[in-house]
Every structure is written in structure tokens, then in C-alpha cells.
Design a binder for this molecule. Structure first.
Ligand code: 13P
Length: 289
């Protein structure tokens, strides 16, 4: 199946009270793991690259070709969205041309008027090609790809103005941050989420960034309140690193041809598949393909 826009599948998720996993990929094994887990769970999935991860892998075109070729060679039949995560304006335009099926334009560090104007432009260009668009109001805290945000609750009026540009899903701060949550984290702000949902309307899919390490009950509650896309990256990275470390600590890389990267990276890949499948179950998107 060719890549799909996120527009319809996230609307469907919002309407029916489940969320779709939006998983960051970092390399070939990651991409295979994400596709395999979605296929085994018969779930729609969104694969996303940060600007940095795409550069690391060889650029946007390479990512498009890799994902499209894997969909074909792995006989993937579930809907797959290929999305740019936290893209600057020029990068969003580049991905629209390169063959992504969805982009996030993150203008949250710009003055709001400029964020809004650039969002309108990205929406126009992306929709002309049948692609979906995510935008962000208020900075999601934490550190990602060297970009550090302090985290804030999204301004409600700005959320409304952003949704009025025609975006397909909205990322809005509700106390969530990227990376590992600190010990003293207060949890998601459900009152604020409720206020956003009421302000923007019940059919607008909302995005929860920083999905790693949020207790399952909080994620499930947030999904009942309008979250339809949950972004996860750090948790998979930790699972991958832990499984790889165990393989080496057990000396398996020194047994026979255990040093072959196809063997060395296999436990990490299996760990991502396990995590991704668990998350699909929590998000309620199993058998929603
Ligand atoms: P985590 O790395 O905290 O899971 O966040 C991922 C994310 O929100 C990507 O935009």
C-alpha cells in the first residue's frame, strides 16, 4: 500500500476514541521494527523522522525510498504515514517535495504571527499534494535533537487560531515534555486538555508529544479527551540500548559470528517491536487498520 496522509486516519481515531502511535525512526532496523509491529497488530502507524535523524540516515529522499521499499518488501498492508517531526519551515517544504505524506511545521519558537503565517503557507502547499500537516502551539519542553524547550501550557486562543488555518492535527503543551520525565514531574494537566478540546472542537485530533514514560493510565485518560496521536522515541531508544548492552555483557558478540551487525542489532530490534506492540495495545489501535 502506498504511503497515506494522516488526515483521514487521525480523524477516524479521534471519532472512535483511540490513538495512533507516532514512532520516531533512527535507522533501518528501527524502521523495520515499527513496520513489523504495526503489521502484526493490524494497526495504522505513523513513522516520523526528526530533521537530525533524517540527516543522519542520508536525507529525506533516502528516508522516503527506504520506507516505500520496506513497505513493498515486507508486504505491509496496514496504512503507513511518513511524517516530518518538528520541522523548520524550509525542511517542511523539502519533505513535501521529497515524498513524505505528512509534515509537522514547528514554528513554536517564532513570534506567533509568523508561526501562523508560515503554517498557512505549509498547509496550502501540503494539502495541494494531499498531505497532512501538524503544527505546534506553545513549546513542548525537554530536549530533542539538541533543541531544548522549557515546556508550557498551550495558549487556548492561539490553539483556536492555529486550528483555523486548516491543519490536520494540533500539538499543544499540557505539561508533557520530551525525553525522560524528572522525578518531580506533576503529570499531564487534564483540565488544560479539557479546555483545549472544548475550544477547538471535538473533531480536531490532538497530539501528545513526549509519550515516553507517561504512566499508562494518564495516556489512556488523555486519549478519551482528544489525544489521537502519541509520539514515542526515548522509550524505544532506551529499550534498544538495554537489549544491545545485555547481548554484549553476556559476551554473545564474542561467540561465533556474534559480532555480525545483523546479529548484534537483532535483540535491540526485537525490543523495539515488543515496546511498539505494547503501545499499540494501550493506544487502542490494534485491529484498526
Ligand atoms: P519522547 O522522546 O519523549 O518519547 O518524545 C518523542 C516526541 O515527542 C517526538 O516529537
Amino acid at each position: 500500500m502506498p504511503l497515506v496522509s494522516g488526515s483521514e486516519i487521525f480523524k477516524e481515531a479521534r471519532k472512535n476514541g483511540y490513538a495512533i502511535g507516532a514512532y520516531n525512526t533512527n535507522n533501518l532496523e528501527w524502521t523495520q521494527a515499527i513496520l513489523q509491529s504495526a503489521q502484526e497488530k493490524n494497526a495504522p502507524v505513523l513513522i516520523q523522522t526528526s530533521m537530525g535523524a533524517a540527516k543522519y540516515m542520508g536525507g529525506y529522499k533516502l528516508v522516503v525510498d527506504m520506507v516505500n521499499n520496506l513497505i513493498e518488501s515486507m508486504n505491509i498492508t496496514v496504512p503507513v504515514v511518513l511524517h516530518l517531526d518538528h520541522g523548520e519551515y524550509e525542511h517542511a517544504l523539502e519533505c513535501i517535495e521529497a515524498g513524505y505524506s505528512s509534515v509537522m511545521f514547528d514554528g513554536s519558537s517564532l513570534p506567533f504571527d509568523e508561526n501562523l503565517a508560515k503554517t498557512k503557507d505549509v498547509v496550502e502547499r501540503a494539502h495541494a499534494k494531499g498531505m497532512s500537516v501538524e503544527c505546534e502551539v506553545g513549546t513542548i519542553g525537554g530536549e530533542e535533537d539538541g533543541i531544548v524547550g522549557t515546556g508550557e501550557l498551550a495558549d487556548i486562543d492561539e490553539c483556536i487560531q492555529m486550528v483555523n488555518t486548516g491543519i490536520d492535527f494540533l500539538a499543544c503543551g499540557i505539561g508533557n515534555i520530551h525525553g525522560v520525565y524528572p522525578e518531580n514531574w506533576k503529570g499531564l494537566d487534564f483540565d488544560h486538555l479539557q479546555a483545549i478540546t472544548e475550544a477547538v472542537g471535538k473533531d480536531v485530533p490532538l497530539v501528545l508529544h513526549g509519550g515516553s514514560g507517561i504512566p499508562q493510565d494518564q495516556i489512556e485518560r488523555a486519549i478519551t479527551m482528544g489525544i489521537s496521536k502519541v509520539n514515542v522515541n526515548t522509550e524505544f531508544q532506551i529499550a534498544f540500548a538495554r537489549a544491545t548492552r545485555q547481548y554484549i555483557e553476556e559476551g554473545k558478540d564474542q561467540e561465533g559470528k556474534g559480532f555480525d551487525p545483523r546479529k548484534l542489532l537483532a535483540p535491540g530490534k526485537e525490543a523495539i517491536i515488543k515496546e511498539a506492540k505494547n503501545h499499540i495495545d494501550w493506544f487502542g489501535s490494534t485491529n484498526k487498520a
